[in-house]
Design a binder for this molecule. Structure first.
Ligand SMILES: Nc1ncnc2c1ncn2[C@@H]1O[C@H](COP(=O)(O)OP(=O)(O)OP(=O)(O)O)[C@@H](O)[C@H]1O
Ligand SMILES: [Mg+2]
Length: 226
């Protein structure tokens, strides 16, 4: 479903060129639960942002369900992202003035979903992530783990084919982090949604069914684990 072909990404800062990805090839199949791991600066966020259509490749191309994103304009990439991809971030990135319910429902409003269906789908996914009863709380009235559950619900509510999570447990203690990973694993099993999460934490890598290691902008190992 996702094909990364010889992807190169350079960033330019003044006269300096940073080679963030140096020719990455990767195939992600439907329903995978995989981790992209590697030390700080190895290119994890860069790779997730490119797969997630948040940024454009310097060289090479990425195909999502056979559609090349390389040739697409910015707004076409945004449309593809809105339809197919859910994001979970390290710092949760919830909208502070919206409640848990509203943060999740907002993702559907962008897809022009009707009010009845929005309510039904939002309540159902909030129940699945274990937040029933907390729908009316604002992000600052929730624990870190609960906020990340809202973020996972927000990513899943639009039924994306792919969820990208950039260090989703980095701001959580290890028990809470483990709960979030278990939740994502459950959702991967029950919904068949593909999950790709980045990390440099060995405990988090352990959860992955497939582990891809990045080093200095290149893949140095790719192992099926479960
Ligand atoms: N916007 C940017 N402008 C310039 N250089 C960047 C930019 N974003 C990332 N880089 C550089 O690209 C390289 C890869 O960065 P990236 O953020 O992808 O690494 P990472 O593996 O996610 O690291 P971390 O574990 O610290 O999050 C690094 O050398 C980084 O400094
Ligand atoms: Mg990063």
């Amino acid at each position: 479903m996702v094909k990364v072909n010889h992807v190169v990404k350079n960033y330019t800062i003044g006269k300096l060129e940073v080679h963030a990805l140096r020719g990455v090839d990767l195939e992600i199949k439907d329903g995978e639960f995989m981790s992209i791991a590697g030390p700080s600066g190895s290119g994890k966020t860069t790779l997730l942002n490119l797969i997630g259509c948040l940024d454009a490749c310097t060289g090479g191309d990425i195909l999502i369900d056979g559609e090349s994103i390389g040739g697409k304009k910015r707004d076409e990439r945004a449309l593809l992202r809105r339809r197919k991809i859910g994001f979970v971030f390290q710092s949760f990135n919830l909208i502070p003035v919206l409640t848990a319910y509203e943060n999740v429902a907002f993702a559907l409003s962008l897809l022009k979903t009707g009010p009845g269906e929005t309510r039904e789908r939002t309540m159902k996914i909030l129940e699945e992530v274990g937040l029933t009863g907390l729908e009316k709380r604002f992000p600052n009235e929730l624990s870190g783990g609960q906020q990340q559950r809202v973020a996972v619900a927000r990513a899943l509510v639009k039924k994306p084919t792919l969820v990208l999570a950039d260090e989703p447990t980095a701001n959580l203690d290890s028990d809470t982090g483990r709960e979030i990973l278990k939740l994502m694993e459950d959702l991967n099993r029950t919904h068949g949604t593909t999950f790709v999460f980045s990390t440099h934490d060995p405990m988090v890598m352990d959860f992955a069914h497939r582990l891809v290691l990045l080093h200095d902008g290149a893949i140095v190992s790719d192992k099926a684990k479960k």
